[in-house]
Design a protein around this ligand. Structure first.
Ligand code: SAM
Length: 230
């Protein structure tokens, strides 16, 4: 008889889709300098939405934990989740409550999170799995809870894809320690699963979110969504 505790044979292996570089301790060590992320606007947005000293926040695909560090002084609890052992080790070095798990496996314990952040991570999942992951996030949040979703999500028309992508690659830095190079962006397109806004937005709604705000970058490459669990 099949063991009901085992993942089904068709379950996605999140680790093998996580991006080989994210599993590499040398890449992880240089990640913050490469990304140079300023989280102040995201922290301010969460505060404006009522996230404060009694709140619990979960960051999914948290990387090295810089968002967790930025939000921690303003909330009661932050849990930073990443599928990569190297990323989780880095976060634990920093004193962050870090859990090694994926979008499809993380089980939140003890309280109902008030907010979930996920930035530049959901694109690691193909669309079918994105829909399941978003549904899990909605189930995890308290009613009225907030999801901030930031990712490479395309808002150019399919017919403009080649020119839009070429402009994006042409604007990439050449120094890989300071950002993502043209070759790395090309690999993102070949290997990962960025999708169109008009595919992702119905997934958010189906999962049980209302999209309260949406910011699209002028080049059609990035999207920032503020979603409320209905
Ligand atoms: C580009 S980094 C972004 C890290 C961080 N959110 C940031 O904005 O700096 C993507 C992160 O997602 C993680 N990741 C990839 N697939 C994942 C999955 N299925 N579940 C959880 N984390 C995942 C990777 O290990 C990596 O740390």
């Amino acid at each position: 008889m099949a063991d009901s505790r085992q993942a089904p044979t068709w379950e996605l292996d999140e680790l093998s889709h996580a991006g080989h570089e994210h599993l590499d301790a040398t890449y992880v060590a240089g990640y913050d300098q490469k990304a140079q992320t300023d989280w102040s606007e995201d922290v301010a947005e969460l505060q404006a939405l009522g996230i404060g000293e009694s709140s619990t926040v979960v960051d999914l695909g948290a990387g090295t934990g810089t968002f967790a560090e930025a939000i921690a002084p303003h909330v009661q609890r932050v849990v930073a989740v990443d599928v990569s052992e190297a990323m989780v080790a880095k976060m634990r070095e920093r004193g962050i409550e870090a859990v090694q798990a994926g979008f499809l496996t993380y089980e939140h314990k003890c309280d109902l999170p008030d907010a979930v952040m996920t930035r530049n991570a959901l694109h690691h999942l193909p669309d079918f799995w994105k829909a399941l992951a978003l549904s899990r996030i909605a189930q995890m949040l308290r009613p009225g809870g907030v999801l901030l979703l930031r990712d490479l999500v395309f808002s150019f028309a399919p017919g403009e894809a080649r020119s839009s992508i070429q402009r994006w690659l042409d604007s990439a830095p050449t120094d890989p320690t300071r950002g993502w190079t043209s070759a790395q962006l090309a690999e993102h397109l070949r290997m990962e699963h960025s999708t169109f806004t008009w595919l992702l937005e119905p997934m958010l709604e189906r999962a049980g979110f209302e999209v309260a705000a949406r910011l699209l970058s002028n080049d059609g490459i990035y999207a920032a969504y503020t979603c409320v669990r209905v």
